[in-house]
Design a protein around this ligand. Structure first.
Ligand code: C2E
Ligand code: CA
Ligand code: CA
Ligand code: CA
Length: 276
């Protein structure tokens, strides 16, 4: 499935390049985006469904370019991955998150946890753990304040993946599987790899309570997580009915527009979420 996806993307990319010169122009703009201050990070609250408290967020990158306006990360992250810019961008996000956590810690919000998306390309880099460690020490952030989100696609069944995950685990950061259920070999790597959190993909959450297959899959993932002693979080929660369903199914956490869109740090402080 993964190989097919990649091939499909290549085709799409080539196609874009030939018929839309914009794609090449976009690349040159993205290259300068960091120094021009066009990138920033928004944070989406993750709600504890039994207490209603918010003690964690997912960091999501944003790009506002003068020529293109707001470009979705779903568009420019693949471009960054293809061009290698992802390494610079990924490291920039990591530093921004640490800077933000340091500010919040200074204001007394000491146990906020932040989930960061790590591209499969970054995950393959030998020095990823050292880079994370560098920023954690520079900004004096406890590793337990960071959660690394990796998609199933990044986790190949290899010694290399296992070694990398063990190094991250030893560092003390949390490891979560993003878009859980959309890749393959899930059960096998759950047995083999030191994972802490499962994030149920939005595509399953979308119609829970309405579509019996999605309901069954979501409930099963929640049970699976609990049986394995993992945390579980549902993504893309937009309706109250979904919240009710997830509460009944004993899902620990939820994230989605129903609670909040990804927002800036000022807004988060103004909302007076329970940030303790
Ligand atoms: P993702 O990691 O699966 O992130 C979830 C996406 O769902 C985000 O889109 C988020 O804004 C959106 N979302 C949150 N709640 C809801 C909801 O209730 N309904 C719907 N329909 N959508 C919701 P976003 O921010 O556009 O990011 C898209 C993708 O771009 C992310 O998917 C992730 O794969 C990638 N991405 C974003 N930021 C980063 C980053 O800093 N680094 C890397 N490597 N990838 C990133
Ligand atoms: Ca994610
Ligand atoms: Ca996701
Ligand atoms: Ca996704």
């Amino acid at each position: 499935v993964k190989e097919k996806g990649r091939a499909h993307y290549r085709f799409y990319h080539t196609h874009m390049k030939s018929s839309f010169p914009n794609y090449i122009i976009m690349e040159s703009h993205l290259r300068k985006a960091i120094e021009k201050g066009e990138l920033y990070v928004h944070y989406q609250p993750q709600v504890n469904l039994s207490t209603g408290a918010i003690d964690s967020f997912e960091a999501l990158i944003r790009w506002n370019n003068r020529k293109f306006g707001f470009v979705s990360p779903a568009q420019f992250i693949p471009l960054a991955e293809e061009t290698g810019l992802i390494h610079q961008i990924g490291e920039w996000v990591l530093e921004q998150v640490c800077i933000q956590l340091q500010k919040w810690r200074g204001k007394g919000y000491r146990s906020v946890r932040m989930a960061i998306n790590i591209s499969p390309k970054q995950f393959l880099q030998e020095q990823l753990v050292e880079t994370i460690n560098f920023y954690l020490s520079t900004y004096m952030i406890p590793p337990s304040c960071i959660e690394i989100e990796i998609t199933e696609g990044a986790m190949q069944d290899t010694q290399q993946t296992l070694k990398m995950l063990k190094k991250l685990k030893d560092l003390g950061v949390f490891i979560s599987v993003d878009d859980f259920g959309t890749g393959y070999s899930s059960l096998h790597y759950l047995k083999r790899f030191p994972i802490d959190v499962l994030k149920i993909d939005q595509s399953f959450v979308k119609e829970i309570g309405m579509n019996h297959k999605d309901s069954a899959i979501t409930t099963t993932i929640i049970h699976l997580a609990h049986s394995l002693g993992l945390e579980v979080i549902a993504e893309g929660v937009e309706r109250e009915g979904q919240v009710d369903f997830l509460k009944k199914a004993n899902c620990q956490k939820a994230q989605g527009y129903f609670f909040s869109k990804p927002i800036g740090p000022k807004e988060i402080e103004q909302q007076q979420f329970v940030l303790m």
